[in-house]
Design a protein around this ligand. Structure first.
Ligand SMILES: NC(=O)c1ccc[n+]([C@@H]2O[C@H](COP(=O)([O-])OP(=O)(O)OC[C@H]3O[C@@H](n4cnc5c(N)ncnc54)[C@H](O)[C@@H]3O)[C@@H](O)[C@H]2O)c1
Length: 357
């Protein structure tokens, strides 16, 4: 670690998005150290971080965000001056089977981080108290040196949309979470808000749509489609396959987070989304077409014939779609990747992974 740098705590970086974010961020900024706190649940994989494991400005700590003593130790030991909070239980299907761990990690874990950050940065006897005591969340005043707590959240907190293409999630859309996962994320967003409003902690929240790209856990839709194709097994598709998600390439999400962390207005929420609505069937269609070309089956049939419809997920939201106008207009964010280019990169990455195994 470089002693003259700012050290930020980034949680959950052994997972999908965090492990794409860390190399991007270390590469872009030389004036930051990153401490990664990750429990390495089934979803965390240090292989995802191989490229930075010996980086001089990166430190991995295995531990639970709910462990207050550990979080306090990290804040003091490394003089943490910012938080980007990815760690969560993130798979909707698992939340239906076992909601308790979602409440524990996503709600209590976020509370623990917020409370320790508040105590460390703003509450006596800690050193930031005097400097930041004038913070007023309703003023929208920028405090460039005030440590920031950036909470990574999801568009799923808004519930589901109608089929009308003009019906989009904005930052003003009322929360209506439908799964234990989205409810636990919605709850954590509310606790973040309360630390801003009550204590003046400098917070921002980003609510992003479905991400795709390298390093996602095998259980998620896109890696599952590719794995099943390569194994010649049925590709399971929920219901009629017409549920719509708004897909964003993971590095575009990372760039949006970077922008909001550095230039977003305090106490604000920003939606991040790719304006890339696709039904699950369209996703399967794109991937199987790419695979038909890159790794044709021995029988020369299309992988599409492996599509199998299975019983729908309970409480399955019909449609998500993000209006990212605020992020685009206020902070100048644009997605660099379109779906056609992003999905080819993604398939190539999983082909390397699965064919080398
Ligand atoms: N993947 C998406 O499409 C998407 C979209 C929008 C928002 N998000 C949000 O982004 C964040 C990251 O998502 P992801 O897809 O990378 O998740 P992921 O499941 O791939 O990774 C989660 C990481 O958190 C760690 N973790 C879990 N419980 C922990 C605990 N108690 N203490 C410390 N670490 C713990 C896991 O070990 C894992 O490394 C989540 O907050 C999620 O809600 C994800």
């Amino acid at each position: 670690m470089n002693d003259t740098n700012k050290t930020i705590l980034v949680t959950g970086c052994a997972g999908f998005i965090g492990s794409n974010f860390v190399p991007y961020f270390l590469d872009k900024y030389e004036n930051y150290n990153i401490v990664n706190l990750d429990l390495l649940t089934y979803a965390g994989n240090l292989e995802n971080l191989k490229e930075v494991e010996n980086h001089s400005r990166y430190k991995f700590i295995k531990g639970d965000i709910c462990n207050r003593e550990l979080v306090e130790f990290i804040f003091t030991e490394y003089d943490i001056q910012g938080v980007i909070h990815f760690a969560a239980e993130s798979h909707v299907d698992n939340s239906i089977k076992n909601p308790a761990v979602f409440v524990e990690t996503n709600v209590k874990g976020t509370f623990t981080l917020l409370d320790v950050a508040y105590k460390h940065w703003m509450d006596a006897p800690f050193k930031y108290k005097e400097k930041y005591s004038q913070t007023n969340s309703t003023s929208n005043i920028q405090h460039p040196t005030l440590p920031r707590f950036h909470h990574i959240s999801t568009d799923e907190v808004y519930g589901t949309l109608s089929d009308d293409p003009t019906d989009l999630f904005t930052e003003e859309t009322p929360y209506a979470p439908n799964s234990p996962y989205s409810a636990s994320k919605a709850s954590s967003d509310m606790i973040v808000r309360s630390y801003q409003e009550t204590y003046g902690l400098n917070t921002v929240i980003t609510n992003c749509s479905n991400n795709y790209g390298p390093k996602q856990h095998d259980e998620k839709l896109i890696p599952t489609i590719i794995r099943k194709c390569l194994a010649g097994e049925p590709i399971p598709i929920y219901g009629d396959g017409k549920n719509i998600r708004d897909w964003l390439y993971v590095l575009d999400h990372c760039k949006g987070i970077d922008l909001v962390y550095h230039t977003g207005k305090e106490a604000n929420v920003y939606n991040i989304g790719g304006r890339n609505e696709r039904t699950n069937l369209q996703i399967v269609d794109s991937i199987t077409s790419i695979l038909d070309e890159k790794v044709p089956r021995e029988n020369n049939k299309s992988y599409k014939e492996l599509i199998t419809f299975v019983e729908d997920r309970a409480g399955h939201d019909k449609r998500y779609a993000i209006d990212a106008t605020k992020l685009e207009n206020e902070l100048g964010w644009r997605a660099d990747e379109n779906f056609d280019s992003g999905i080819v990169k993604t398939v190539d990455w999983y082909l390397r992974k699965y064919l080398e195994q």
